[in-house]
Design a protein around this ligand. Structure first.
Ligand code: GLA
Length: 670
């Protein structure tokens, strides 16, 4: 990821006990006093410019004021967002003669206090950023290491309410020491200032930082892709036991609205952050936000889950096959349940009221927090969740459950090449789809009717009965359909929407899934460089996948010649873990080969694995490779596959510096 980070000292010695559990020994004494600042009793909510602007010119006084205005005018303040925060690059490179920070003259010509005053005048709070090092991460301004007291005083004098404290350029000084010094300096400043620790989980802060900061980052930086968001969920979800009122796990700021994910993926991102009681820091430029972005960010039902006073982080109760069920106990005895589908195909995700910890009852009220509708269930909690989507439910004991319609899930089943694969069709061909009304209610669903809608020009025919007078409690009523795709359908994603209507009151249940129309033309015959064959999709942990260069950094086209341990390659793919590049091989290809390794553009770190998947089968695996390793030659038999996936994992230690090459990658097809 970032070359400039001077990595933290070996704060902790990690030993492994006989039972295999990680045991942490603190190299320095645990923090002496408690944090005890009374802040962040629920996870902090606000805005931070970093994900939207980095250190770009857009980051300036006008932006910050504009965001504060929008907080008030667009209902964000009402929804609970409070802090308007600056990230890196707000100061001049050098301190003044007195050793004080100098606000960046171009971005903040009126100083920081003027901005803080403006934010306060809107009834909001103001946050700032620096690093527990000699310089910040972007290296454009000083850090606060050894200047803690002076800087905390400056911040307090400006009216700062929140400090994000980063980890770059820390000279190897013990992290507990560095973060505790700032905690004490903030306390001594006399102003209550929330301390948001940002050491990327390097020193396992969940084990010691409860008494130091109000939140601590648990992972490396998020980027605006589904793969990045998913990787962070996997890391943060294992840490639920360490969060609580006043001290939260922080899986990084929101990317909602930045454009790199679909709205369904952004809803998952927002749902899961709320379910995991994460700080909700908006990271998109709200001045350009779409109505859908605003709708996601202001969903009060979901925000209430995040902000619940019990302060428990929701935890996974099952994760089988990429179908994740999270449960979060809430202060009034309800449970917030997230049904998250990690995979590329629609999935029925199912749990029950008792599995999520509800006491026994004849039936429950279950509220869908995205459609804002209430239903009754006899106990089953289920939904057909679209690829990468999340259904958020709030389950309650309610003696009046019978006034709500029974919960009916409109299910869709569609053939896929392997479990979790994206459903696809080819122009001019047809597929068979089954839709169903699944009644989880205690009461019967009456006059049930299944419908299936497709895009214009697609021919959809029911091949079995579409309606039924009564679908009883825990019964299913299915309809099969023949879906004919027009011969001239253009490549792209198309919606199929299954609807089940039922009485009382024409109650509707609906699920929409996406089907890809693939370009039916086969991959070129003979041996081709992978970088010359159009891929179906690419996901990358940092910036876009590059063709014939290394990954570079976030912008497109900023890579270098692909180089592994001194060997330079003309052709190949430059990626960054976690990454997936997928090709449509149409059962026409036989072999794939590449020289794989960590690119020389990162010298210090980087450890990854390269995997080749033919449909649902792993056909090659490099094992762990680091910057120290020479390229490894991988070959794979991909005969008979419809899809080829080139996957790079982070090697299990986070994705810092994981710049990885599929050098000389070739695909042979008939
Ligand atoms: C680090 C942090 C980011 C951001 C940048 C600023 O990478 O983790 O959240 O603050 O520094 O340079």
């Amino acid at each position: 990821m970032r070359t400039l980070r001077a990595m933290a000292s070996a704060l902790v010695a990690v030993a492994t006990s006989a039972a295999g559990a990680a045991v942490i020994t603190l190299a320095s004494a645990p923090p002496a006093a408690a944090l005890d600042n009374g802040l962040a009793l629920t996870p902090q909510m606000g805005f931070n410019n970093w994900n939207a602007t980095h250190c770009g010119a857009d980051f300036n006084e006008a932006m910050v004021k504009g965001i504060a205005d929008l907080f008030v005018s667009s209902g964000l303040k009402d929804a609970g967002y409070q802090y308007v925060n600056l990230d890196d690059c707000w100061a001049e490179k050098n301190r003044d003669a007195a050793g004080d920070y100098v606000p960046n003259k171009t971005r903040f010509p009126n100083g920081i206090k003027a901005v803080a005053d403006y934010v306060h005048s809107k009834g909001l709070k103001f946050g700032i950023y620096t690093s527990a090092g000699t310089m910040t991460c972007a290296q454009t301004m000083p850090g606060s290491l050894d200047h803690e007291a002076q800087d905390a005083k400056t911040f307090a004098s400006w009216g700062v309410d929140y400090l994000k404290y980063d980890n770059c350029n820390n000279n190897g000084v013990d992290a507990v020491k560095r973060y505790t010094a700032m905690r004490d300096a903030l306390k001594a400043s006399g102003r209550p200032i929330l301390l948001s620790m940002c050491e990327w989980g390097e020193n396992k802060p969940w084990l010691w930082a409860k008494d130091v900061g109000n939140s601590w980052r648990t992972t490396g930086d998020i980027s605006d892709s589904y793969t990045s968001m998913l990787g962070i969920v996997h890391q943060n979800m294992a840490l639920a036991q360490y969060a609580g009122r006043g001290h939260w796990n922080d899986p990084d700021m929101l990317e909602v609205g930045n454009g790199g994910m679909t709205d369904a993926e952004y809803r998952s991102h927002f749902s899961l952050w709320a379910e995991m009681a994460a700080p909700l820091l908006i990271g998109s430029d709200l001045r350009k936000a779409s109505p859908e972005t605003m709708k996601i960010l202001t969903n009060k039902d979901v925000i209430a889950v995040d902000q619940d006073k019990l302060g428990v982080q929701g935890a996974p109760i099952s994760t089988e096959g990429g179908r994740d069920v999270f449960a979060k106990p809430l202060a009034n005895g309800d449970r917030a349940v997230a049904l998250f589908n990690e995979t590329d195909s629609p999935q029925r995700v199912t749990t029950s009221a008792s599995a999520v910890g509800m006491p026994a009852a004849p039936a429950y009220r279950v509220r869908d927090l995205w459609t804002h509708t209430d239903r009754e269930t006899a106990g089953t909690l289920t939904a057909t969740v679209p690829a990468h989507g999340t259904v958020m439910l709030r389950v309650a004991r309610d003696p009046r459950w019978a006034v709500y319609p029974p919960a009916v899930d409109a299910g869709t089943e569609i053939p896929v090449v392997y479990p979790g694969a994206r459903p696809f069709v080819e122009p001019g061909k047809s597929i068979t789809v089954t839709t169903s009304a699944n009644n989880s209610g205690r009461l019967p669903a009456l006059l049930v009717r299944n419908e299936l809608a497709a895009s214009d020009g697609w021919n959809v025919q029911a091949t079995s009965k579409q309606s039924k007078v009564l679908v009883g409690s825990n019964q299913r009523f299915a309809t099969t359909w023949n879906v004919q795709v027009p011969a001239d359908a253009k490549p792209g994603s198309y919606d199929l929407t299954a609807t089940s209507t039922y009485e009382p009151d024409e109650t509707v249940s609906q699920s929409t899934i996406q089907v890809d129309v693939l370009n039916a033309s086969p991959p070129p015959s003979g041996t081709s460089y992978a970088s010359d064959v159009p891929w179906l999709r690419s996901d990358n942990g940092w910036g876009p996948v590059e063709k014939d260069t290394s990954n570079g950094e976030q912008p497109a086209g900023d890579g270098h010649p692909i180089t592994i341990n001194g060997t330079v390659y003309k052709k190949g793919l430059g990626v960054h873990a976690p990454s997936t590049v997928e090709y449509y091989t149409a059962k026409k290809c036989t072999a794939f080969s590449a020289d794989v390794g960590v690119d020389d553009e990162k010298t210090a770190k980087g450890s990854v694995t390269f995997e080749v998947w033919a449909d649902g089968t792993k056909v090659a695996d490099s094992g762990l490779l680091t910057t120290a390793d020479a390229a490894e030659h991988l070959t794979a038999d991909v005969t008979g596959s419809t899809f080829l996936r080139l996957i790079v994992t982070d090697g299990g230690n986070g994705n810092d510096s994981d710049h990885s090459d599929w050098a000389d990658a070739r695909l042979t097809c008939t």
